[in-house]
Write a protein that binds this ligand. Structure first.
Ligand SMILES: Cc1ncc(COP(=O)(O)O)c(C=O)c1O
Length: 448
């Protein structure tokens, strides 16, 4: 099946007694055992089946199969939010005394997890100076347990060289873990370029309607945990917390997700509600269509902002001026994502006037809704960072981030135009240093 078809059909076999076209919501905490022996076999992982919805649930399982297929992965584990997915994905490969090497352009709360919470558990996160594979390679040592990046950074909009990052990680026997929230598997499938684990906030474009929190971890099934047993003994040695199970022996290629579910989902319990799995499945049915419109509307918005003298700078990876343009061609097929950032002439004060004047575009911190959204990262999503940390993450004080929705493009452009009018009252007709193609487009793209 192709992506569009997978998104509608994959992973659901209707029950013969009630062959529903929609995936049913299995709103049940527990599942009846046939016998004491059956219960014991389920708990021993000797037979497949459901026992308790903290571990697995039939509605969630359809979502897991579907998203795993869309990403080209082997198996997936759904969780209650994107943050829960990041947290589990890291816990599953680390132990006190180990480290993770990460690009600096991260979503703010992932940064907080890495910079403040994981260190409290004895795991250090080494932030590279930028997203170049060379910088990342220099930080990997014998204690490294993963390389981490956002395929397209939020809000920096940097497009990571996933293939090169996978290759520097694999050269040191370390997996590459990629947050693929912003492009979705419709625009980019990191596993095809060597990523070992993919994580998502399904709250964004995948769900697509701003109604439902959710996250997912997808295992490519390709990382050779057993071959690198000295680094990853948690997969190859008997686990006393699960009656001495050896994950690579029991789950084979699916050891990563098997352990994540058996250890972290079972004991920490960031479970996705089956109703939410259903709502996310509804959203995913149309994700391919929506992404097309998101991409096209974003391109039109970027062209509008590039030409408008009231806009001081624009960061959009779909223009040749952007240093990320070649990577946009390679990884996204030229389809730059629909989040972009810009600064308005007059700095923070003008940006604030612009933000307050928006009428159609909603002032929220979310992204990936069908509706157009705007946010001021420095005072919201990235507020907990110091100015220096913000700069490394690609956030500047005046920066506005928009997530362009699927409304009629003229309505979006009219709202931007009137809000720019409120921000920069005198009609700006020229701008020093302006070229025919616009001003400093792409100037802020190359975040440190
Ligand atoms: C790139 C990225 N990853 C992860 C998350 C966290 O996801 P959630 O809000 O579902 O916990 C977000 C949220 O904005 C995000 O933008």
């Amino acid at each position: 099946m192709r992506q569009e078809t997978i998104a509608l059909h994959y992973g659901y076999t209707p029950d013969e007694s009630a062959p529903t076209t929609a995936v049913p919501i299995y709103q049940s905490a527990a599942y009846e055992f046939e016998s004491a022996e059956h219960a014991a076999a389920l708990f021993n992982l000797e037979v497949e089946g459901f026992r308790y919805s903290r571990i697995s649930n039939p509605t969630n399982e359809v979502l897991e199969r579907r998203v795993a297929a869309m990403e080209g992965g082997l198996q997936a584990l759904s969780v209650s939010s994107g943050q829960a997915a990041m947290h589990y994905a890291m816990l599953n490969v680390t132990a006190p005394g180990t480290n993770i090497v990460s690009v600096p352009q991260l979503y703010g709360t992932t940064y907080t997890l890495f910079a403040h919470l994981l260190p409290k558990m004895g795991v250090t996160v080494r932030f590279a100076a930028n997203d170049s594979p060379k910088e990342i390679a220099a930080l990997i040592d014998d204690d490294t347990r993963a390389v981490y990046c956002e395929s397209v950074g939020n809000p920096a909009g940097n497009v990571c060289d996933v293939e090169a990052l996978a290759s520097v990680a694999h050269a040191r026997d370390v997996p590459l873990i990629v947050d693929n929230t912003v492009p979705t598997p419709i625009l980019l499938r990191p596993i095809e370029f060597g990523a070992d684990v993919v994580v998502h906030s399904l709250t964004k474009f995948m769900g697509g309607h701003g109604t439902t929190m959710g996250g997912i971890i997808i295992d490519s099934g390709k990382f050779p945990w057993a071959r690198h047993a000295a680094r990853f003994p948690m997969f190859t040695e008997p686990d006393p917390s699960y009656h001495d199970l050896v994950y690579t022996e029991h789950f084979g290629d699916a050891a990563y997700i098997g352990r994540c579910r058996s250890v972290y989902q079972r004991t920490l319990g960031s479970v996705l509600a089956p109703l939410n799995a259903f709502l996310l499945l509804q959203g995913i049915e149309s994700v391919a269509l929506r992404m097309e419109r998101h991409v096209e509307n974003a391109r039109r918005v970027a062209e509008f902002l590039r030409e408008d003298a009231r806009v001081e700078w624009l960061n959009y990876a779909g223009f040749p001026e952007s240093p990320y343009f070649p990577l946009t061609q390679k990884y996204l097929g030229g389809r730059a994502c629909s989040i972009m950032t810009f600064g308005i002439r007059g700095g923070l004060a003008a940006g604030t006037r612009f933000y307050n004047a928006l009428a159609l575009i909603k002032r929220v911190v979310n992204l990936g809704d069908s509706k157009s959204l705007a946010c001021h990262p420095a005072s919201t999503t990235h507020r907990q960072m110091t100015p220096d940390e913000q700069a490394k993450a690609g956030v500047t004080p005046e920066m506005i981030r928009v997530s362009i929705g699927i409304e009629h493009i003229d309505d979006i452009l009219e709202d931007l135009d009137q809000a720019l009018g409120a921000a920069v009252p005198e009609r700006v007709t020229a701008h020093p240093g302006m070229t025919a193609r616009g001003r400093s487009v792409g100037a802020r793209v190359s975040t440190p």
